[in-house]
Design a protein around this ligand. Structure first.
Ligand code: COA
Length: 364
């Protein structure tokens, strides 16, 4: 008996030990920890280790992942001259997709997972510098991943507060159930293809504005609104024009996305640590409040709260990344989850192949 579900809503397409999204309760568990716990302790390397261990890759500690990622960043940096015009793309996600495709798959899962993760950071940073007319900055293999990302982008030693902010972001977005890009990666892996091909597909899926492409437009929105008093009129006009409010709504969450709260907290901590009184947080909070109220009026039966992208925009801007790097930075964090899902999917050995309902004509 075949059932039909538009957008595969409410269809379970995999079993996973990696993360669980409870849309009604607003709870996210990643590799056995609540996202709030995971954001508050350890580093991105610890979360990557937990995900890869949960996926059945050879057991690694956070320290082991840190060393391996450092080496992978160096290897990726050495690969830059061979990338041809991949990094000349005007869009960072196009550049990442083309550049990552250059990684030769080794056929060894853990090795390829680490290579792809190191490459994502190096290629994104090198792309951003090239766009700014600057030469790439070589990685520091001994540094933590988040610190090195900021250093490779800016060319300067980052402040510990900004490193903490970015690290919390990378951990928070490391995995999220059967989201579109993870599903894309698992579909490719299910054919018996390789890690690099799966990650290339995932980057393509993450690029779209309905998935990972929203935070840039969120920042555009906050800038266009300017002050809390202007939020209602601006948002009302946007909705009247039939446009969606970026950073609001979610396919699974029927309450506020728990990652929005984690990132909001990270911004508050960062602004306090930097002693910044000119931060965007008060405006963002006011816009979220107004958007939530307007959407509640418009869709009383469909709760539409802030999603992860809403506060991503404010946090990544506060750590000093330009909006063109927002989606590539999402990929730097999510590649840990993608590669873990690829490993999990390959182990099942089961091809993902749904059916379709034919709506064309048939010959008489
Ligand atoms: N602004 C305005 N209206 C929205 C909305 C938003 N951000 N999100 C959903 N809606 C409306 C839809 O237009 C739809 O209205 P309709 O029934 O009158 O057509 C209704 O709410 C239900 O939405 P639906 O299209 O079923 O939601 P979905 O599950 O397909 O979409 C998102 C989920 C995330 C794609 C959607 O909420 C969205 O486009 N958000 C903005 C982009 C964004 O922030 N993306 C990042 C996601 S993490």
């Amino acid at each position: 008996m075949t059932t039909f579900s538009r957008g595969l809503e409410n269809v379970m397409a995999a079993e996973t030990a990696l993360s669980d999204v409870d849309g009604a309760g607003g709870r996210l568990v990643i590799a056995g920890d609540n996202v709030e716990t995971l954001a508050a302790r350890g580093g991105f390397e610890d979360v990557a280790a937990a995900l890869w261990n949960a996926a059945g890759l050879p057991s690694m500690s956070g320290a082991g992942v840190r060393a391996a990622l450092g080496k992978a960043r160096s290897d990726s940096f050495a690969r830059l001259p061979g990338l041809g015009d991949a990094l000349e793309a005007s869009d960072g996600m196009d550049a990442l997709r083309a550049a990552v495709a250059h990684i030769p798959p080794s056929g060894r899962l853990a090795e390829d997972a680490i290579a792809a993760s190191g490459a994502m950071a190096v290629f994104a940073a090198a792309w951003a510098r090239r766009r700014a007319g600057l030469p790439p900055v070589a990685p520091e293999p001994a540094a933590a991943h988040a610190a090195d990302v900021l250093r490779m982008v800016t060319g300067e030693a980052p402040s510990p507060a900004c490193v903490r902010g970015l690290d919390r972001y990378l951990k928070t977005v490391s995995d999220h159930g059967m989201n579109a890009s993870t599903f894309a990666a698992r579909v490719v892996a299910s054919t018996g293809s390789d890690v690099v091909s799966a990650i290339t597909a995932a980057i393509g899926a993450l690029k779209g504005p309905l998935h990972g492409g929203a935070p840039g437009p969120v920042l555009d929105m906050l800038e266009a609104i300017g002050t809390p008093e202007c939020a209602e009129a601006w948002l009302t006009a946007e909705l009247a024009a039939g446009r969606r409010i970026m950073g609001m709504g979610h396919r699974v969450y029927r309450v506020r996305d728990p990652r929005a709260a984690v990132l909001e907290r990270a911004i508050a901590d960062l602004e306090a640590e930097l002693g910044s009184s000119a931060g965007r947080l008060p405006l963002a909070r006011a816009v979220e409040r107004t958007a939530t109220a307007l959407l509640r009026k418009r869709h009383p039966d469909r709760p539409l709260g802030a999603n992860v992208e809403f506060y991503t925009a404010v946090l990544l801007d506060a750590v000093g990344l330009s909006r063109t790097l927002f989606s590539p930075t999402f990929a730097i964090g999510r590649v840990a989850g993608w590669t873990a899902h690829v490993a999990e999917q390959l182990r099942t050995g089961r091809l993902i192949r749904p059916a379709s309902r034919y709506t064309g004509t048939v010959p008489a």
